[in-house]
Ligand binder design. Structure first.
Ligand code: PLP
Length: 366
């Protein structure tokens, strides 16, 4: 893919390494540039890197009415050798295509997505933050642009990538267990629906549940399946728990659970850590019993943004609470967190070959 460059001039763009002065929040900051390609006449064309700017789309664009959109979230890391590494981005690219199929959007070749991301990171490499635990958050997204009010798939799309230099999800380190609300009032996904797709509509639909959890004093909702029998996800993360014997249990992937790349990676890394991971359907009543009788000693969520969010407490609608283990982050969660983030940050051997160095292809005068 030929990517044309239309960069900000030198006086407007970053020319020194970005070293945040204080805590860097997650997802707020942008870099100088963005990637854009357009789908017209059945093919992707006009790939370009341009200054970060607004889109111009028609008020009748399909995405604005029917949410025909998908997105991804990944991270790149600046290592001590001065190079930037992405971590398993090809998995995100593959998932973006699976998500797109669910909402009738065209595929973007995985190599094209990888090239787009790596070229953009290369151009804005000075923005990759130098701060403990910080990363360059990568947000690729695709949306339907046809100016058409009938409900049908768009015939034109924009694929774009933006970057956000981000601090660690937990500014004080991996130390704050959260509280989840167990409720049957909201469901994230239904069988035959779009739950396994990273399409924007799923997230719009989840906001009400999130706000509700917050109003009850919890951080997020523990989503159950539509029969209120099985655990599905926690907020925008896969759920997991740890049994007394150290086994990690992740709910089986279905079409109502997003296939988390963090979960998949934990499953692949686990043998190296001497940890057993199983995937199975998890009944909510068994889970509650297990927490109450001490068979379940740790719980949490897996996801790119935080890697692991430990859950200390589960709250019921009637105000009752149950605490997992001692309510603190347990040793299995910590071991996984340290190993996973260690690989991402270049502090631990990349034994599974997850990292990919971002080439210095666009060498321009600084
Ligand atoms: C609904 C949902 N579940 C799980 C995850 C975790 O997936 P990953 O580990 O690929 O970030 C995410 C975030 O991407 C999500 O939005």
């Amino acid at each position: 893919m030929e990517i044309s460059l239309n960069l900000k001039n030198e006086s407007e763009r970053r020319t020194e390494q970005f070293v945040p002065e204080g805590p860097l929040s997650f997802g707020q900051l942008r870099t100088d540039h963005m990637f854009i390609a357009e789908y017209k006449g059945g093919e992707w064309q006009d790939a370009r890197i341009v200054p970060y700017q607004n889109f111009s789309i028609a008020p009748g664009a399909i995405v604005l009415h029917y949410s025909q959109e998908v997105f991804e979230g990944a991270k790149a890391f600046l290592h001590d050798d001065g190079e930037i590494y992405t971590c398993r981005f090809e998995k995100n690219a593959q998932r973006m295509n699976r998500s797109s199929a669910v909402v009738c959007m065209p595929e973007i070749p995985v190599e094209m997505q990888m090239e787009a991301v790596e070229a953009l990171i290369d151009v804005d490499r000075l923005w990759c933050p130098v701060q403990d635990g910080a990363s360059m958050y990568i947000r690729p997204f695709v949306f339907g642009t046809q100016d058409m009010l009938g409900v049908k798939p768009s015939d034109s799309y924009i694929f774009s990538v933006i970057l956000s230099p981000s601090g660690p999800y937990y500014p004080k380190g991996f130390s704050e267990p959260v509280k989840l609300l167990i409720t049957d009032r909201f469901h994230r996904a239904a069988p035959g629906g779009t739950g396994a797709s990273k399409t924007g509509g799923n997230y719009a639909a989840s906001m009400r549940a999130g706000e509700y959890a917050y109003s009850k004093g919890a951080n997020q909702v523990l989503y159950l399946d539509t029969t209120n029998t099985y655990i599905e996800e926690c907020g925008a993360m896969n759920h997991f728990h740890v049994m007394k014997d150290g086994t990690v249990v992740i709910p089986e992937f279905t079409d109502t659970i997003l296939r988390s790349i963090t979960s998949e990676s934990v499953m692949e890394l686990a043998p190296e850590l001497g940890i057993k991971v199983v995937q199975e359907k998890v009944r909510i009543d068994d889970f509650i019993k297990g927490v109450e009788n001490g068979d379940i000693v740790e719980a949490g969520g897996f996801g790119t943004a935080a890697v692991i969010s430990a859950v200390g407490t589960y709250l019921f609608e009637d105000g009752r609470e149950i605490t997992v283990g001692d309510g603190q982050i347990g040793p299995v969660s910590r071991k996984i967190y340290d190993a996973y983030t260690g690989i991402q940050r270049g502090l631990r051997e990349d034994s599974l070959n997850w990292l990919r160095k971002v080439d210095r292809r666009f060498v321009y005068d600084l």
